[in-house]
Every structure is written in C-alpha cells, then in structure tokens.
Design a protein around this ligand. Structure first.
Ligand SMILES: *[C@@H]1O[C@H](CO)[C@@H](O)[C@H](O)[C@H]1NC(C)=O
Ligand SMILES: *[C@@H]1O[C@H](CO)[C@@H](O)[C@H](O)[C@H]1NC(C)=O
Ligand SMILES: *[C@@H]1O[C@H](CO)[C@@H](O)[C@H](O)[C@H]1NC(C)=O
Ligand SMILES: *[C@@H]1O[C@H](CO)[C@@H](O)[C@H](O)[C@H]1NC(C)=O
Ligand SMILES: *[C@@H]1O[C@H](CO)[C@@H](O)[C@H](O)[C@H]1NC(C)=O
Ligand SMILES: *[C@@H]1O[C@H](CO)[C@@H](O)[C@H](O)[C@H]1NC(C)=O
Ligand SMILES: *[C@@H]1O[C@H](CO)[C@@H](O)[C@H](O)[C@H]1NC(C)=O
Ligand SMILES: *[C@@H]1O[C@H](CO)[C@@H](O)[C@H](O)[C@H]1NC(C)=O
Ligand SMILES: [Cu+2]
Length: 572
C-alpha cells in the first residue's frame, strides 16, 4: 500500500507538472488563438446554370459553399446537419488533423456517413499550416457542388513572408454537369464505362461568358491600378487537372497546399484536383478588363474530356466595359509546360527532410480493365471492348467497407472490416512505360491497409503503370503534408534517380500530380496516428479503386495516440 501511494503521488506530481507546462506553453503560443463555430446545413437548393435549373446539393444554400477564414493556431467547430437525401461527410482537405482523425471525413475510412436527417460536429485545431486549403464532401460525387475555401492566415501579429497584398481573392475552379452528378456516377457504376464528362468548368461557381446563358453571372475580380492581389487558386474540379492563366499578367507563385514556396514567376499554372496555389499579381497593365481563364490539362489518351474554357474577369477600377482580353491557354496535352511549372517548386527555406528511411515503399498507380463477369448483361460491360473499367495501387483495387469505418475497426479492434496486407511493392515488376502484357490488366479487389509504426520515416515512390492509358494522377494523402523530393518520366530507377533527390528545399504538399508515364518520390515522418486514405483525387479513379489506407499506429502515451472518438460520431 505504502509503495503504491508513493507511486501514485509521484504520478500525480508529474501529471501536475505536465499540466502546468502545457498550460504555460499554450498561454504563450495560443494567446490569441480563437475557436470558430459554424453550422453547415447540407441541402438541395435550386441553382440555375447553362440555362437550366437543378436541385443542387449545397451547404447553407450557397454554391460554392461558405469560405472559412482563420488564423494559424485557431480551432474550428463545425456542426454539419444533413437535410439532403444522400449520405454525406465533409473532409477538410489538407488539414493535418493531429490526433483528431475522427474529424477527417472520408466516408467509411474515418467515420460512417451522416445519414439524411443526422448531424455530426467536426472539431479540430489548425497548427503550423498557412495559406489556402479547402473543404469538400467526401462521399460519392457530392463534392461536385459541396465545397468551399478554407483560408489560413498567419497568427495574429505575424506576417506573410512577402509584402502584404492590397487584396485577397479566392478562386475556386469547379466542374458543372447539366445533370445531377450523382446520376452521372451511378450510370457509370452500372455500365462499367467512363462517366460522362462535365458540361462546363466554373470559377467561383460561374462558367463565365463563353458558355450559353452565363454572361450575366460571370465572376468579376476588381482591382485598382498599382495594387497587388493575392489570388488563392483552388482546383475543386471533380476529374480534371486544369491550366490557369490571367491575360497579360505575370503570376508570382508564393505558396501551394498551405505551405510557402520560394517565389517564382510564371504565365500559367497547372493544378490537379485537390491542389491549391497562391499567387501574387500586380495591376501594372493598361486600365482595362482581362480574362482569368482555366481549361483542361488532359494527359490520358483516347479519352473523352470537357474541352471548354471557363472565365472570370479581372476588372481594373475605372475601366470601360469593353470585351476583355483573352489569354492564350496551353494546348490540352502540353505536358512540357506542366513539367517546367512543377520543376519551379521549392520550399521557401531549407527544410528537414527525413534522411534515413525506415519504410521504403513502391506503389504503382494506374487503371485496368475487368473482364465482364459471367452473370452480367452486355449493357453492364461498356468499358473498352466489353470490359468494365477499374483502377488500382500495387494491383489492389480498393473497395470501401460498408458497415463500419476503418478507423473505428482499428480503434476498437473489430475484425472483418479491413486487412493490413497491402503490399510494400507491386507483386509483379514490369516495364511501366506501356506495351504491357494483357495478363497484367486485371487487379484484385480488396480493403487492404498498410501499417506504419508511429514515428517511422517513410519514402513512397509513386509509379504510373500506363496500363490502359498513361495519365497524370493527382495523389492525395490525408493527415499529412509530404516533401516531393523528385519526379521524372519512364521507370523509376533507384540507382540512377536517387542522386537527383532534392533533400534541401523540396516543396511540401498534400497532393502530388504524378507525371504522366512517370513517377514521383515523396517523404514524410509518420507522426500522426490514425487511418489515412491515400487516393487519386480524380473522383472517377477513386470509384474504380485507385486508393489505399496508411494505418499509423499509436506511439507511446497520450500525446502520441489518437484521441477517443467523439460521442456523436455517426453510427453505420
Ligand atoms: C450521358 O451521356 C449520354 C450520351 O450523351 C446520354 O445519353 C446520357 O443520358 C448521359 N447520362 C447522364 C447520367 O448524364
Ligand atoms: C471539343 O470537343 C468537341 C467534341 O469532341 C469537338 O466537337 C470540338 O471541336 C472541340 N472543341 C475544341 C475547342 O477543341
Ligand atoms: C497534342 O494533340 C494534338 C492534337 O490532337 C496533336 O497534334 C499533338 O501531336 C499532340 N501533342 C503532344 C505533345 O502529344
Ligand atoms: C479492343 O479490340 C480491338 C479489336 O479486337 C483491338 O485492336 C484493341 O487492341 C482492343 N483494345 C483493348 C484495350 O483491349
Ligand atoms: C462487415 O462486413 C463484412 C463483409 O461483409 C463482414 O465480414 C463483417 O463481419 C462485418 N462487420 C461488422 C462489424 O458488421
Ligand atoms: C510490345 O511488345 C511486343 C512483345 O513484347 C513487341 O513485339 C512489340 O514490338 C512492342 N511494341 C511496342 C510499341 O513497343
Ligand atoms: C494483378 O493480380 C492478378 C491476379 O493475381 C494478376 O493476374 C495480374 O498479373 C496482376 N497484375 C499486376 C499489374 O501485378
Ligand atoms: C448510407 O450509409 C449507411 C451506413 O451508415 C449505409 O448502410 C448505406 O448503404 C448508405 N447508403 C448509400 C446509398 O450509400
Ligand atoms: Cu487518377
């Protein structure tokens, strides 16, 4: 008993000591940190675009949804109520969610969906991230219209690492179907074919002048001569990497995915879906009106795509209402421009990249074709040559659980929901530059995760398989930012390519646009326990299975472990 008491007292003492130091340090660093409360009501709202009104799923009747504006260090509490007729979840794209994986959002990965009539409150703190992120639905194709900007400014009293701009404008690039997008994906799931492409791209929800019935709503971005504007570009399109340009104005890139970059100047951006880019523009051109425009970067061969162009207008103060000047956008297959652009990305400062690697992983990414199952009618096999489209990572085509989330199954130790045998490398090594034997085209379906020890230093080579078609895939990892240490074309060759790694100032991102017919190498430290989906951000490819889950185990003690689940976590 005596001994027991002593231990207890000792434990109590150190607990109090920790509590006091935690309080002190938070008092110092979080002096001005705020908590922002929001209510998001997901509901159908009439939205008229391209001459037709649709009952569009929105947040609070807004399309795009509300912009969240916070400072680094702040907390968000967002009560989401589902008044729509679909299951829904919301993902806070790019937010690290340190130990709060329950608030990450992807359905059946970190939570069961919020059913019609239900609600769930997402609670999380943003720490050490500054710039532009966004939020979007993470169930079926609801994110086609359920999305908005999430702007993180420096802590109060701190400044940007560039001169303070006179204005700031979020620019959300989106994709519009002249249909219910849920019907479009459901049709594709039935037929096995690629889903219908969109009818328009949008800037802040508006297609712009070049589309029918769209002139009136065109987004206007005001500016005065001599001003600098910080433009926060977000690619919220469902399935399409996009080029972005402003006529006659240079773009100085200063950040991407809420990490700062060494500033560089360019005429054109390319953003894969999921990516954000912060640029400064200076109003130093003759007082007039200039188009801001976006169009497709389409790297897949022989695939239909939306080849239209969305526009907004950069309008100088005192300009007369003349026809705006149009920029010339790159051609849809201009991969050289994409390569030149992505090669310019460097972190603002020297960074600490993991040097020793504990987990050296090689993940192939690409499409495939499933043979038509024997019991399927012909009309259900309308993929290439009577097949059904599929996609995979390391030859595993990811299927979501449907009765529990992976994080719940992991936390409560419930078997039968997923397995942890996702392979560290592909089962068959082959030449990834195409001309692939037909026997390799059909992956194996499964709900497989890859386990990582807390604190392990991870390298992943992402290699395009070029099966069916080569394509630039925007690969997004939840719960983490990672360094992109190298990218290239053809087959990754560790002997030759390791020497080219940038371990000094590589860019940090949450989504990497893996070059068409090529590879990217990323590194990070697994310091955030939880179940984190890694997937292609072309939603059509998630539907086909281009995803896996990194299951990061708890470390030692409370501060290296995931928090307990919130009481209102939706049930399946
Ligand atoms: C897809 O496009 C085809 C051909 O234009 C059309 O017949 C079909 O109705 C469309 N489906 C949906 C769900 O939009
Ligand atoms: C876009 O694609 C359509 C259909 O494939 C084609 O008819 C049209 O000429 C293309 N437009 C442009 C600007 O390339
Ligand atoms: C891009 O597409 C055009 C038109 O289809 C074609 O003529 C050209 O060769 C292509 N360029 C590249 C680099 O693939
Ligand atoms: C589809 O069939 C045609 C004709 O048999 C063949 O030339 C082509 O290679 C096939 N394509 C695929 C993707 O299987
Ligand atoms: C969930 O579904 C899987 C496969 O259908 C089944 O094996 C498992 O027992 C189910 N688990 C729970 C918790 O219902
Ligand atoms: C593809 O491979 C086959 C057999 O390995 C070879 O005969 C053919 O020439 C190759 N085609 C191309 C385009 O490289
Ligand atoms: C994927 O697995 C299937 C089934 O085991 C096999 O036939 C195929 O060759 C594999 N493909 C690749 C790319 O490893
Ligand atoms: C909605 O979510 C529940 C689990 O909470 C699931 O059983 C059901 O299948 C989902 N409905 C649809 C249409 O996906
Ligand atoms: Cu993809």
């Amino acid at each position: 008993m005596e001994g027991m008491k002593k231990i207890m007292t000792k434990a109590k003492c150190s607990f109090i000591f920790i509590a006091i130091s935690v309080l002190l340090s938070s008092a110092l660093s979080l002096a001005n940190a705020k908590t922002h409360n929001h209510e998001f009501v997901v509901e159908a709202t009439p939205v008229k675009r391209l001459c037709k009104t649709h009952n569009t799923i929105t947040v609070n009747g807004q399309y795009p949804g509300p912009t969240l504006e916070i400072n680094n260090g702040d907390s968000l509490v967002i009560k989401v109520t589902n008044k729509a007729r679909y299951n829904v979840t919301i993902h806070w794209h790019g937010i690290r969610q340190m130990r709060t994986g329950w608030a990450d959002g992807p359905e059946f990965i970190t939570q069961c969906p919020i059913r019609p009539g239900g609600s769930y409150t997402y609670r999380f703190t943003v720490e050490g991230q500054e710039g532009t992120l966004w939020w979007h639905a993470h169930s079926s194709w609801l994110r086609a219209t359920v999305y908005g900007a999430l702007i993180i400014r420096p802590r109060e009293g701190e400044t940007y690492p560039f001169p303070k701009p006179n204005r700031e404008t979020p620019i959300l690039l989106g994709e519009w179907w002249d249909r219910n997008p849920i019907d479009v994906v459901r049709q594709a799931q039935r037929t096995g074919a690629a889903p219908n492409v969109s009818d328009a791209y949008t800037i802040n929800g508006q297609p712009g002048d070049l589309y029918k019935c769209s002139t009136k709503g065109t987004t206007i971005v005001p500016i005065r001569y001599g001003e600098t504007n910080l433009i926060r570009v977000i690619n919220a399109a469902l399935n399409q990497p996009l080029f972005f340009k402003i006529a006659n104005h240079k773009l100085t890139v200063v950040g991407a995915d809420a990490s700062y970059l060494k500033p560089f100047t360019t005429n054109v951006l390319m953003l894969g879906p999921g990516q954000t880019t912060d640029v400064l523009i200076t109003a130093n051109q003759p007082i007039s009106r200039y188009y801001i425009a976006a169009s497709a970067y389409q790297s897949a061969q022989n695939a239909a795509f939306d080849n239209t162009t969305t526009t907004a207008i950069l309008q100088y103060h005192n300009s007369i209402k003349t026809k705006p000047i149009m920029p010339s956008l790159p051609s849809f297959n201009d991969t050289n421009t994409v390569t030149k652009f992505s090669k310019s990305f460097k972190s603002l400062k020297k960074v600490e990249v993991p040097n020793e690697i504990d987990e050296n992983l090689f993940f192939t990414i690409g499409l495939g074709l499933n043979k038509c199952p024997k019991n399927f009618r012909k009309r259900r096999c309308q993929g290439l040559n009577g097949s059904r489209f599929t996609a995979s990572m390391n030859n595993v085509s990811f299927t979501l659980p449907n009765n529990l989330s992976i994080l719940q199954a992991h936390y409560f130790g419930i078997p039968g929901v997923f397995t942890t045998d996702f392979p560290a490398k592909p089962p068959v090594k082959f030449d990834y530059t195409g001309n692939v034997s037909r026997s390799l085209w059909q992956p194996v379906p499964g709900t497989k995760a890859y386990k990582l020890k807390f604190g392990s230093r991870v390298q992943i080579v992402l290699q395009d398989t070029s099966i069916v078609t080569a394509e630039n895939h925007p690969i997004h990892l939840h719960g983490y930012d990672f360094y992109i240490v190298a990218q290239g074309f053809g087959n990754f060759d560790s002997k030759k390519d390791t020497a080219k790694f940038n371990l000094v100032d590589p860019p940090m991102r949450n989504t990497v646009a893996v070059p068409v017919n090529g590879w990217s190498v990323i590194r990070f430290v697994a310091d955030n326990p939880g179940a984190w989906i890694m997937h292609c951000h072309l939603d059509v490819h998630i539907n086909w299975g281009l995803a896996t889950v990194l299951l990061v185990e708890d470390g030692v003690g409370k501060y290296q472990s995931i928090e307990p689940p919130p009481l209102d976590l939706p049930r399946c």
